[in-house]
Design a binder for this molecule. Structure first.
Ligand code: SF4
Ligand code: SF3
Length: 545
């Protein structure tokens, strides 16, 4: 196997024996195969589109789901992944027939030529990994594109579950999959594709923002309980708001409470979700602490997206975990939606009824809900605070959390920031500092949480607004610094989106991505001032003076 898509990759270069995340070599091969089939489908669909032939929504949905499945910590279930390969091979054959019936000539890439024989799955999976591209710079640009597409697919999938779709995003995914399939793609084309991925990343985040706010209202300032009640609970993790809505509807009046975990925390900020009285709080912290925290939760757990950590064989919770959407884990039950998008959580609820209430591991409240509408509602206050000098700087610290010790940097950085600075956050990175009680500035909390990683979009919207209010020529002239913690591929699309929006001098850490080659890094440094992190002291000096 070879996988270097996340920040925790082995030795900072690539996992070759087994993933640090727990992904086995077989699973990695089947994911590579799934991606190869998906590239083939994307390439054919792109050719059909260019010839004016429409394809069905099934094609776009397949591409989106397959990309999402291969995101870090999303799916460890070989049988589920292979079933998706089977489905893709079938779909590809249908598209090939369609192209033949219209006399459309297709590129002669391996992704098109491969016949999809079952006996050849293993060999094709081995052939079609990341290392198939020998030149490290071309490989780097191809992977930057594909990893960005994965994040984009995740956000698109959530939006589509709320009936928001955008065919231009799908058309771009198909085009980009075609470009990365081309063994002769050149640097210039690939670099342009990386940048264009950022553009469609912005569109996908905007689409999801629209879907979420139309369905559930604008996030609003909310205090979230981090303690527990005395009734049994269901813990729901991941990013899919439609899932938590359906779970809340189905648990109402059953005597069961619902708790959010990790990236589901922002569900509490939405008026149409927080109205449920039995949505009692957020349990635990970021994804990587789940092995301890699930033990004390005592009730069933539902994963709607990554990040899954493989349980230890003795884990007391391992028989009461459910997955849905792109996620999967061998032995865990998978819940699928019916044709109307409805999911039946009755089995989860029945298990919950037999469980003890969660054991409290924390007490108190955290505050959040500062997505763009809530920030705009406070705009006068914020602008006054900046003009009077009460707020000297905003630091965007969005992104991911992870298990590496080096990530303590983010807690230390947050806690040592001068008192006249405000942290703008989103994603699970916030769990490093959202319980530190960093105080407020004239009533404006010093940690403003917009929501999930996709809500980084809010900070882009807020930055544009501030640019307008302060009459700045350039977004980079505003008193905003970007110190982003990344882990998986949703952070990649967020980064590409920020670069597309022209934001310069972004710091990413705790380490630079293994998939960015030295030459590609040089381009990103020269054009965007992209950089890593150093020590808390030095970075505080360079970012806030
Ligand atoms: Fe390694 Fe990360 Fe890939 Fe898992 S997702 S195999 S930890 S690089
Ligand atoms: Fe976290 Fe996985 Fe990235 Fe949505 S849940 S931010 S790491």
């Amino acid at each position: 196997m070879f996988c270097f898509q996340c920040q925790e990759t082995a030795k900072g270069t690539g996992c070759t024996i087994q993933g640090v995340c727990g992904k086995k070599a077989d699973t990695s091969r089947w994911q590579d195969l799934l991606l190869a089939v998906t590239r083939g489908i994307g390439t054919i669909a792109d050719s059909l589109r260019k010839a004016g032939v429409e394809t069905s929504q099934e094609v776009g949905d397949y591409i989106v789901d397959s990309l999402f499945v291969t995101i870090t910590n999303a799916n460890f279930d070989d049988q589920a992944i292979l079933a998706k390969v089977d489905k893709g091979v079938q779909l590809k054959r249908e598209l090939l027939d369609l192209a033949a019936s219209k006399n459309i000539t297709l590129p002669d890439y391996q992704e098109i030529k491969w016949g999809g024989e079952k006996a050849d799955y293993e060999a094709e999976g081995n052939r079609e990994g990341v290392l198939r591209t020998e030149n490290e710079d071309l490989r780097s640009l191809k992977e930057l594109t594909v990893l960005g597409l994965k994040g984009m697919a995740a956000y698109y999938e959530h939006a589509s579950r709320l009936d928001e779709r955008n065919d231009e995003i799908i058309a771009f995914m198909e085009k980009a999959l075609g470009i990365v399939s081309n063994p002769n793609a050149d640097m210039e084309t690939l670099l342009a594709t990386v940048m264009e991925t950022g553009k469609y990343g912005v569109d996908a985040m905007a689409l999801l923002d629209k879907a979420n706010t139309q369905a559930y209202g604008n996030p609003e300032l909310t205090k979230v309980n981090i303690g527990t009640g005395n009734r049994p609970g269901i813990l729901i993790s991941g990013h899919d708001l439609k899932d938590i809505e359906q779970l809340l509807e189905q648990t109402e009046g059953t005597g069961i409470d619902v708790y959010t975990h990790g990236e589901m925390l922002p569900a509490h900020y939405y008026p149409q979700l927080k109205k449920y009285k039995h949505l009692v709080g957020n349990y635990g912290n970021a994804w990587w602490k789940q092995k301890e925290e699930f033990e004390t939760f005592n009730g069933p757990i539902v994963f709607t997206t990554n990040c899954i950590v493989p349980p230890s064989p003795k884990a007391n919770y391992k028989d009461r975990v459910f997955t849905t959407n792109a996620t999967g884990y061998p032995g865990w039950k998978h819940i699928t939606a019916d044709v109307n998008g409805h999911k039946d959580f009755s089995e989860v609820i029945e298990i919950a009824k037999t469980c003890k209430a969660p054991t409290a591991i924390e007490q108190g409240e955290i505050i959040g809900g500062f997505a763009h509408a809530q920030v705009f509602a406070l705009a006068d206050k914020v602008v006054d605070a900046v003009k009077s000098g009460a707020i000297r700087k905003f630091i965007v610290m969005s992104g991911c959390d992870g298990r590496m010790k080096s990530r303590d940097y983010y807690r230390d950085f947050a806690s040592h920031l001068p008192k006249d600075t405000v942290i703008l956050t989103s994603g699970c990175a916030k769990f490093k500092y959202n319980k530190l009680n960093l105080g407020d500035i004239n009533g404006i909390p010093r940690v403003l949480d917009a929501g999930q990683c996709n809500d980084s979009y809010s900070w882009a919207v807020v930055a544009m607004k501030l640019k307008e209010i302060f009459g700045a020529n350039d977004i980079n002239d505003l008193p905003i610094e970007f110190n982003i913690a990344w882990y998986e591929q949703k952070a990649v699309i967020v980064l590409l989106a920020l670069l597309y929006l022209g934001i310069k001098n972004i710091h990413i850490g705790p380490t630079l991505p293994a998939f960015v080659s030295p030459n590609v890094l040089k381009v990103l440094v020269e054009n965007f001032g992209l950089g890593g992190i150093t020590t808390v002291d030095e970075d505080l000096k360079s970012m806030v003076g």
